[in-house]
Write a protein that binds this ligand. Structure first.
Ligand code: XMP
Length: 529
C-alpha cells in the first residue's frame, strides 16, 4: 500500500486544495492526475485500495475514481473504500469508477453486448452542474468511450444526465451529495470538452483554487529543500538531461553554494556536449560543477568488449566508480540529490500494491558504495515531466535544453555496434552533429521524439573523384513516439535525408555510406545496441 508522500504531510498552502485520484488500473489514470494539475489544482494518485486512515490524512477536497480493466459484476473485482462516499466531499467516477460507484450505492452494472471503443456523441438534454454550459453543439458533446460493461440501473437519488443510443446511461449524478459519474473519458484529449469538465469538477464543484503553477511550485520546492537540507551540503550527478538539469537549477536557487554537481564526461557524449554543460551551469549560472574527465578510463574498460549487455554493465560500473571517487574527494557532503519524478514514483508503487519509494534505476546512483551513506533529496518527486519542463523554463534554463530528445545513460556506447573505440566515437559524433544540425534547420527536430546516428563497424566501398574509398557505414534513426514503448520511424522528407547523407559523406572521409533505418518498434527497438 502506498502512503502519502512528504508533500501531503506538510500540506503547504498551494496543495491545500487537493484532489485524490484512486486508480483502478486504466491506461489513462495518470492522465487524470495531469489534467487536474493542468487545471491548476494539486492532485495525487493512489491505488484504489488506499486505506481509510491514509485517505483521511490526505484530506481531499474531491475524489476521482479512475477507469479500469475489470468488471464490477465479477466476484472480487475492485471496489472503492466505502469511506469515499461518506467523507462529504464531491466524487467523480470515470468509466469503471462510475460503475463501481453505482454498484456500491445500490445500482446495477451488467456486461454490454459489444465493447464500445472510440468517439461517441452524448446527448445532455437537461444538464446538471457538471455539464451546465459545457457543450460542443446544442446539448451535445463529442466524447471518447472505452468500455464493455454499463450501468443498467442507477442508485437511489441519482438521475441520468447524458446518454447515447448504445449507452442510455452515459452520465449520472446525485447533486445533493455531489456525486457524478461519466461513462466516457474526460481526461483524454479526444473528449473535446474534457478540460472544461475536469475544470468544472475541481474548481466549481470541489471549490479548489488555481494555485498550482510554476512560480508557486518553485517557491514551495525551495522552501521544502531549505527545510530538509538546512545548512548541509548536497551532491548532484548532473547528466545534462532535463530532470537533473532542473534539479541543479532549483537547488542552486534554494541553497546556492551548498550544492556541488559532478558531471562525468565518459567520452560517450555527443559533440561538444561536455563543454556545453560546463558553460551553461558553471559559467552562466555560477553553479559549482566538477567535471570528471573519464574518457580514457571508460574507453579502456570497454576495450575488446563487443557484447551489448557486457558493455552496458561496464559503463554503469565505471560511472559509479568515477562518481564515488569524486564524491569521496568532497568534504562533508551528506545529501545526494536525484531527479526522480512522479511517474517513477507511481510506476515503482505499481497500480496495486508495492513500495512507493524506489531509487531511479538511472545508471548513476543505483549501486553507490556503502561507505557513501547519503540522505536523499528529491525535489521533483511529486511532479510530472511536463511540469518539470515548465519549471525548467521558469528557472531560466534554455528551451533547447528543456525540450531536447532523450539521450540514453550509456550514451554512444549503445550507438556504436560491437567494440567501442575512440576513433569510432569521434566519427559518430561528427555524423550525429550533422544530422542534428539539419534536423534543427528543417524544423524536424521538434517533430520527432528521438533522432540520432549509429556507427556500423563494417566497411563498404565508395568512389571519391578518381579514387576508391573503403570506409565505415553510418545509419540514421529518427522516430515518432509518445511513450517510447512503441514507435514509428519518422517519415522524414527524402530531401532532408539526402542533405544529411551528402554532408556526412562529403565532410567525413571515414564514412562511405549512409542508410536510413525504417524499422518500427516493435519488433525493433529505438536504440540499435
Ligand atoms: P529502446 O531502445 O529500448 O529505448 O526502444 C527506449 C528509450 O529508452 C532509452 N534508453 C535508455 N535510457 N538508459 C537510459 O537512460 C539506458 O540504458 C537506456 N537504454 C535505452 C532510449 O534512448 C529510448 O529513448
Amino acid at each position: 500500500m502506498t502512503t502519502p508522500t512528504s508533500m501531503s504531510t506538510i500540506v503547504p498552502s498551494i496543495t491545500q486544495d487537493r484532489i485524490l485520484i484512486l486508480d483502478f488500473g486504466s491506461q489513462y489514470s495518470q492522465l487524470i492526475a495531469r489534467r487536474v494539475r493542468e487545471a491548476g489544482v494539486y492532485s495525487e494518485m493512489y491505488a484504489y485500495d488506499m486505506d481509510e486512515a491514509a485517505i483521511r490524512a490526505f484530506n481531499p477536497k474531491g475524489i476521482i475514481l479512475s477507469g479500469g480493466p475489470e468488471s464490477v459484476h465479477v466476484e472480487n473485482s475492485p471496489r472503492a473504500p466505502q469511506l469515499v462516499f461518506e467523507l462529504g466531499v464531491p466524487v467523480l467516477g470515470i468509466c469503471y469508477g462510475m460503475q463501481t460507484m453505482s454498484e456500491q450505492l445500490g445500482g446495477k452494472v451488467e456486461a454490454g453486448t459489444v465493447h464500445e471503443f472510440g468517439y461517441a456523441e452524448i446527448d445532455v438534454p437537461d444538464a446538471d452542474r457538471l455539464f451546465a454550459g459545457i457543450e460542443d453543439s446544442a446539448g451535445k458533446l463529442k466524447v471518447w468511450m472505452s468500455h464493455g460493461d454499463k450501468v443498467t440501473q442507477i442508485p437511489a437519488n441519482f438521475r441520468v444526465t447524458a446518454s447515447t443510443p448504445s449507452c442510455p446511461i452515459a452520465a449520472i449524478s446525485d447533486e445533493a451529495r455531489q456525486f457524478y459519474g461519466v461513462q466516457f473519458h474526460p481526461e483524454v484529449t479526444h473528449t473535446l470538452q474534457g478540460e472544461a469538465l475536469i475544470g468544472r469538477f475541481v474548481h466549481d464543484i470541489c471549490g479548489c483554487a488555481k494555485d498550482w503553477n510554476s512560480d508557486n511550485i518553485i517557491d514551495l520546492l525551495i522552501e521544502k529543500v531549505r527545510e530538509q537540507v538546512g545548512n548541509e551540503k548536497v551532491l548532484l550527478g548532473l547528466s545534462g538531461g532535463v530532470d537533473s538539469s532542473v534539479v541543479a537549477a532549483l537547488l542552486h536557487r534554494a541553497i546556492g553554494d551548498q550544492l556541488t554537481c559532478v558531471f562525468v564526461d565518459n567520452g560517450l557524449l555527443r559533440l561538444n556536449e561536455g563543454d556545453q554543460v560546463m558553460q551553461m551551469f558553471a559559467d552562466n549560472m555560477g553553479i559549482r560543477v566538477i567535471r570528471a574527465d573519464a574518457e580514457s578510463r571508460f574507453l579502456g574498460a570497454l576495450a575488446g568488449e563487443s557484447d551489448p549487455e557486457a558493455k552496458r554493465k561496464i559503463i554503469g560500473r565505471e560511472f559509479i566508480e568515477v562518481f564515488a571517487e569524486e564524491a569521496r574527494k568532497l568534504d562533508g557532503v551528506t545529501f545526494l540529490a536525484q531527479g526522480t519524478i512522479y511517474p517513477d514514483v507511481i510506476e515503482s508503487a505499481g497500480s496495486k500494491h508495492g513500495k512507493a519509494h524506489n531509487i531511479k534505476s538511472h545508471h548513476n546512483v543505483g549501486g553507490l558504495p556503502k561507505d557513501l551513506a547519503f540522505k536523499l533529496v528529491e525535489p521533483l518527486r511529486d511532479l510530472f515531466k511536463d511540469e518539470v519542463r515548465k519549471l525548467g523554463v521558469a528557472l531560466g534554463l534554455p528551451e533547447s535544453m528543456i525540450y531536447r530528445h532523450p539521450f540514453p545513460g550509456p550514451g554512444l556506447g549503445v550507438r556504436i555496434l560491437g567494440e567501442v573505440k575512440k576513433e569510432y566515437a569521434d566519427i559518430l559524433r561528427r555524423a550525429d552533429a550533422i544530422f542534428m544540425e539539419e534536423l534543427n534547420r528543417s524544423g524536424w527536430y521538434a517533430k520527432t521524439a528521438q533522432a540520432f546516428a549509429v556507427f556500423q563497424p563494417i566497411k563498404s566501398v565508395g568512389v571519391v573523384g578518381d579514387g576508391r574509398r573503403y570506409a565505415w557505414v553510418i545509419a540514421l534513426r529518427a522516430v515518432e513516439t509518445v511513450d517510447f514503448m512503441t514507435a514509428r520511424f519518422a517519415h522524414l522528407p527524402y530531401e532532408l535525408i539526402e542533405t544529411v547523407s551528402n554532408r556526412i559523406m562529403n565532410e567525413i572521409k571515414d564514412v562511405a555510406r549512409v542508410t536510413y533505418d525504417v524499422s518500427s518498434k516493435p519488433p525493433a527497438t529505438i536504440e540499435w545496441e
